[in-house]
Design a protein around this ligand. Structure first.
Ligand SMILES: Cc1ncc(COP(=O)(O)O)c(C=O)c1O
Length: 440
């Protein structure tokens, strides 16, 4: 039996998968990866335009990160969170330097969900308030409060946490506000949020939790003035602003954080808490955390923070963060994401949309894009799962690993992707769309 088949059989026999009915799964076997490419045991190669779960920002098997994990494993492969550890301190120092002078400390977690969990707890404890407002078009992770803060379908069977209220964020292409311009969408979405705050009772609301750019929901780049408007509402009503940069942070938008991007936040407003995971070390070792403002960090100087994790600041994760951030800096990887988005990927996807009526809208920046697929550009009716499935099959057959959500293809390669790889990928998308359109 081939190793590919053996791997597949082992998985099907013994592994229980996330968010799935288990019976009909047919997982792709991945044996290894390097840079933008992954391959199976038979040597079939794929351009990874999914970055796995939009997290391998530095690409696969970056040698400096792999070496840092190896070196740390030889010295101290684990340590309790209560002890001071050099890699942890260095990781925190680097993360704070990217976030800016308003931030004082980092609380490390195992991933993005528990980062949000703890950010929510900090907000509740420092405000003495209970409710958390988040958008319907969001994903914040799969733990108690994070999954209920989530807006999408994954919340519904898991609603056991309390104090969560949802609202609609701006999304002009599928506007909830009958808006016809980005400015109008922004203004009306802010008005809607303010009404939600008023009717929920401002004095009961601890935090507004927003993704820097809602990612899984469709790469919904906020329109002009929205983030600044939310900050203003938060200030006005004494509410904290938590930005979830788990997917949008650490290079994906061509900036260290989406909120630092000129398109997203030209006003330069600053959140109170930032959550991160994924791109901070490209997931080579599970890691996440909360970047805490000076004032919130100091609120716990004499008051116990009632939270912790055995693996908070795990040294292998911390060493990989240090190496990943240093390599991203030295090799201009964040700048590469910005340049690729502006010069190659953005224009290339716009041309793809011009050529293919299935693509209703192209949205994004950096290496963070979504193709919103429709049956008719006028009605904007989302395509069916069958059409998306057919596209996925055509892309895989041509050697491209796509990221597919609902009626969309998210185009999310590593931040290290080259212009040549983007051109190759664009040709594959073009062929796959042509093949599927011929069957419709
Ligand atoms: C915006 C956002 N927040 C939180 C999470 C949850 O992160 P994790 O799966 O590491 O817990 C995700 C995961 O996709 C995410 O995209």
């Amino acid at each position: 039996m081939s190793t590919n088949q053996h791997t597949h059989d082992l998985d099907r026999a013994h592994v229980f998968h996330s968010w799935s009915a288990q019976g009909s799964l047919d997982p792709l076997v991945i044996a290894g990866g390097k840079g933008t490419e992954v391959w199976d045991f038979d040597g079939r190669r794929y351009l990874d335009f999914s970055s796995q779960l939009v997290n391998t920002n530095i690409g696969h098997a970056h040698p400096k990160v792999v070496e840092a994990i190896r070196e740390q494993a030889l010295v101290l492969p684990t340590v309790a969170p209560a002890h001071a550890n050099l890699a942890r301190g260095e990781a925190a120092r680097r993360i704070l330097a990217k976030a800016g002078p308003e931030f004082g400390k980092v609380f490390f977690t195992n991933g993005g969900a528990d980062a949000n969990e703890n950010a929510i707890r900090m907000a509740r404890l420092t405000t003495g308030r209970d409710k958390v407002l988040s958008t319907y078009r969001s994903y914040h992770g799969n733990t108690g409060a994070a999954v209920v803060a989530t807006g999408d379908w994954r919340r519904v069977p898991n609603e056991y946490a309390r104090g969560h209220v949802h609202f609609f964020g701006p999304f002009l292409y599928r506007t909830e506000f009958w808006a016809t311009s980005p400015e109008q969408e922004s203004e009306r979405a802010l008005k809607h949020l303010e009404r939600i705050i008023q009717v929920e009772g401002p004095s009961s609301i601890a935090a507004i939790l927003l993704e820097g750019i809602p990612g899984t929901a469709g790469v919904l780049v906020p329109p002009p003035g929205y983030l600044a408007g939310v900050r203003e509402l938060a200030n006005h009503y004494g509410i904290l602003l938590i930005l979830d940069e788990v997917m949008s942070g650490f290079g994906r938008t061509g900036d260290w954080f989406a909120w630092q991007n000129d398109v997203v936040n030209p006003e330069g407003v600053v959140p109170d808490l930032i959550t991160f995971a994924k791109g901070v070390n490209s997931g080579y070792v599970p890691a996440g955390g909360v970047i805490i403002s000076e004032s919130i960090a100091h609120a716990f100087d004499d008051v116990v923070f009632p939270g912790g994790l055995t693996y908070s600041g795990h040294p292998l994760a911390m060493a990989s963060i240090v190496a990943a951030l240093d390599a991203m800096e030295e090799e201009g990887i964040v700048e590469n994401a910005a340049t690729i988005g502006r010069d190659t990927l953005g224009p290339g996807l716009a041309a793809l949309a011009d050529a293919h009526p299935l693509i209703g809208e192209v949205r994004g920046l950096g290496v963070f894009w979504a193709l919103d697929l429709v049956t008719d550009p006028e009605t904007r009716e989302p395509v069916s799962g069958v059409t998306v499935g057919a596209l996925k099959k055509e892309l895989l057959a041509r050697g491209l690993l796509p990221f597919v959500v609902d009626n969309r293809i998210h185009v999310v390669p590593p931040c290290t992707v080259s212009a040549e790889e983007v051109v190759r990928a664009l040709a594959i998308y073009d062929e796959a769309f042509t093949a599927v359109e011929a069957t419709l």
